[in-house]
Design a protein around this ligand. Structure first.
Ligand code: BG6
Length: 490
């Protein structure tokens, strides 16, 4: 069970509660609908709520051979025949390396005040360790200056899967704790250089995804299929890398630099909202996330996690657990789809996962099941289980078929449907006091979607990958309206 935590993999659960709907106009005392300007008052987010979009380096930058960048495991993987659905690679991708000014304008046009991007480790340390590339951070310096000049707050991610290939070759990547230490050195170096302008740093993006997909099932880079014990050790090394990076950022970054992970938390929610099921969903949240978020927050793996892993449990020391649980400032949750609808059970560990019926609706990729209430329950349960006070939704969004209409527009009403309903549920959470402080929509623009290549589109802006022309979709207008109103019912 514990090696299969992935939003894509989770088969057949049941229970689909009604879509959260945008607020309807309230009636005034004399029975008339309130004026338009008041219609969204009840669906407002807290003032100061951070609205942003997100991307990652390998998916958009291109320029893979420029300014001393080294190779990453994704360069290797994407160039291996048969790995990418449309046989593409990200050598050019969105050419963001050269077009970043235009792309910052796109963010600005949304009215977004924050942007989550990632730094390519192989640009900074082409060998993974050793000498830093003198030009390695120049691009990010230019990007940061451009963002700040446009009033957009940068949130940097240090690891969005593009491990330097030499680390994979030399020590087996995350199979070795040498990589955890190399990651910390890189994190400290970057923090020293950017924390004058970047106040929030995400360490690792979606450990749950790249460990399972990359080292367990072989469908992401580096394409390994390790047995359970080795896979759990990889997971432990990633958690250790996170903890060491937190310490390095504290040591080398400006005082006050905030740090946390961005995780595709195993999304557990009650199939039906009863006190017993909610309690069951809390237990499931804790148990099914013990391998990363749990050990980070609790400084130990749960008994259930260790029992289930049995002989395949990771090997660790008390000192490592202490490092892994170094205090953090926030938690980023990437939330796309419901994974585990649970009900209470008398049998240990106290929850039962229901199967999804075949007819459960999903968006244009099959793993992206539609469950708007996921973005209500998951932060709420995580906050309860680990006593969190600052959560960011570090990713949420959807791919869609995105046909170009005859007039050149993209009327992505399905993406708008998805966003409208998820945001209504997120507002429900903040209005109940769940400490979600911001939201980063995945993604600013269509990009290289890993094993799908350019076949799947998640962007608010359509990208023509031949001409590199960016065109706002209807969802860009929708999101601009949400941000302008600071309200879900837009
Ligand atoms: C998350 C990642 O897994 O979701 C993003 O952090 C990714 O990098 C997004 O693009 C969509 O995933 P996928 O697998 O459909 O491309």
């Amino acid at each position: 069970m514990f090696d299969k935590f992935s939003r894509r993999h989770f088969a057949k659960l049941a229970g689909f509660s009604a879509l959260g709907m945008a607020a309807t106009p309230a009636k005034s005392e004399d029975g008339d609908a309130k004026p338009v300007s008041d219609r969204h008052a009840s669906s407002s987010f807290p003032s100061g709520f951070v609205w942003g979009t997100a991307t990652s380096a390998y998916q958009i930058e291109g320029a893979v051979d420029e300014d001393g960048r080294g190779r990453s495991i994704w360069d290797t993987f994407a160039h291996t025949p048969g790995k990418i659905g449309d046989h593409s690679n990200a050598d050019r991708a969105n050419d963001h390396y050269h077009r970043y000014k235009e792309d910052v304008r796109l963010i600005k046009e949304l009215g977004a005040k924050a942007y989550r991007f990632s730094i390519a480790w192989p640009r900074v340390f082409p060998e993974g360790t050793g000498a830093a590339n003198p030009k390695g951070l120049d691009f990010y310096d230019r990007l940061l200056d451009e963002l700040l000049a446009n009033g957009i707050e940068p949130f940097a991610t240090l690891y969005h899967w593009d491990l330097p290939q030499p680390l994979q070759d030399r020590v087996g990547g995350w199979q070795s704790s040498d990589t955890s230490r190399a990651f910390a050195d890189y994190a400290g170096y970057v923090a020293e250089r950017i924390s004058d302008r970047v106040k929030n740093i995400f360490t690792v993006n979606e450990a749950g995804r790249f460990v399972n997909f990359g080292y367990g099932w072989g469908i992401d880079a580096p394409g390994l299929k390790l047995p359970p014990a080795e896979l759990n050790q990889v997971r432990h090394h990633v958690a250790l890398g996170h903890g060491l990076a937190v310490q390095a950022i504290r040591a080398h970054g400006r005082p006050g630099t905030k740090v946390g992970p961005a995780e595709n938390i195993a999304a557990c929610l009650p199939a039906i909202d009863t006190p017993a099921n909610v309690r069951a969903a809390e237990i499931a949240t804790r148990e099914l996330n013990s391998g990363f978020l749990g050990v980070i927050h609790e400084g130990k793996y749960t008994d259930g996690f260790l029992e289930y892993a049995g002989a395949a449990a990771p090997k660790f020391t008390a000192g490592e657990l202490k490092i892994i649980s170094s205090p953090i400032d926030f938690v980023g949750l990437n939330i796309y789809a419901p994974q585990y609808y649970v009900v209470a059970s008398d049998r240990a560990p106290g929850f039962k996962v229901l199967p999804f019926p075949a007819s459960f609706p999903h968006m244009s990729v099959d793993w992206l099941r539609i469950g708007p209430e996921t973005i209500y329950w998951v932060p709420r349960l995580a906050a309860k289980v680990w006593n969190l006070d600052t959560i960011y939704i570090s990713e949420n969004g959807t791919s869609a078929a995105d046909a170009l209409a005859a007039d050149g527009s993209v009327y992505d009403l399905d993406r708008i449907m998805y966003l409208r309903n998820y945001l209504a549920q997120l507002q429900r959470a903040t209005s109940e006091g769940v400490p979600v402080r911001g939201y980063f929509l995945w993604s600013l623009m269509d990009n290289f979607e890993w094993i799908y290549g350019f076949e799947k589109r998640f962007g608010l802006y359509r990208v023509d990958f031949d001409t590199q022309v960016r065109t706002p979709k209807l969802s860009a207008s929708f999101y601009r309206n949400v941000i302008a109103r600071n309200a879900a019912g837009a």
